[in-house]
Design a protein around this ligand. Structure first.
Ligand SMILES: Cc1cc2nc3c(=O)[nH]c(=O)nc-3n(C[C@H](O)[C@H](O)[C@H](O)COP(=O)(O)O)c2cc1C
Length: 182
């Protein structure tokens, strides 16, 4: 598949099958993903990769970081879902007091995550990019032993899958574009 075909074909995958996903492949995907552009802070990311019993540890950390209401609403469901996830990649981004730099970090981390998703899709590996409210809690930063200048930027749940979800439609870009020629 060409890059354009992979971009158009990729879907978010939320249900994984039992096929083992090797950590060598995850490392290879991350090594591709880090070719994302960055500006200001160089390569403002690092990764924590959870698999096997590590997934249970991550699941416990997330559960602890949920509010009472969140636990009641979806705590058990979330734990159950996480127990089916072969590998979870926690993307840690840099924090900075300067808003411009923070925006640049966020942009480059997002580019990195999309690179990861596309490289995974090429290998028929599915990914869901998670950003949930517990990620902003001091509790999860503490459990993950993040430094004071780091934040949890996103969690990528990865695995092989049986069913590809139906395509979400996209509006033609031209319907949202103004061409200014003069
Ligand atoms: C910044 C960001 C955060 C996301 N967070 C979640 C999430 O927390 N849970 C989830 O199921 N999907 C999440 N997604 C996936 C989107 O729901 C998905 O990309 C969107 O529905 C479009 O579907 P597609 O990726 O198959 O084209 C996130 C996507 C982005 C870009």
């Amino acid at each position: 598949m060409t890059v354009s075909e992979i971009i158009r074909d990729r879907r978010t995958i939320r249900e994984f099958n039992d096929k083992k996903l090797s950590l060598d492949i995850i490392t290879e995907l991350l090594d591709t993903a880090v070719w994302a552009p960055y500006h200001g802070l160089p390569e403002p990311w690092r990764f924590l990769v959870f698999s096997d019993h590590g997934i249970d540890r991550l699941s416990d950390m997330i559960y602890q970081a949920l509010s009472q209401t969140e636990r009641k609403e979806y705590g058990d469901k979330l734990k159950k879902h996480l127990s089916t996830v072969p590998v979870a990649v926690v993307v840690v981004g840099k924090l900075d007091r300067n808003q411009k730099i923070m925006d640049e970090v966020s942009a480059s981390v997002s580019a990195l995550i999309q690179n990861f998703q596309l490289a995974a899709w090429e290998k028929e590996i599915g990914v869901v990019w998670k950003t949930q409210s517990y990620m902003h809690t001091p509790q999860i930063s503490k459990s993950l032993e993040l430094k004071s200048d780091e934040k949890l930027a996103g969690i990528l749940l990865c695995g092989y899958f049986d069913k590809k979800p139906l395509k979400h439609s996209r509006n033609p870009a031209v319907s949202r574009t103004i061409f200014i020629k003069e």
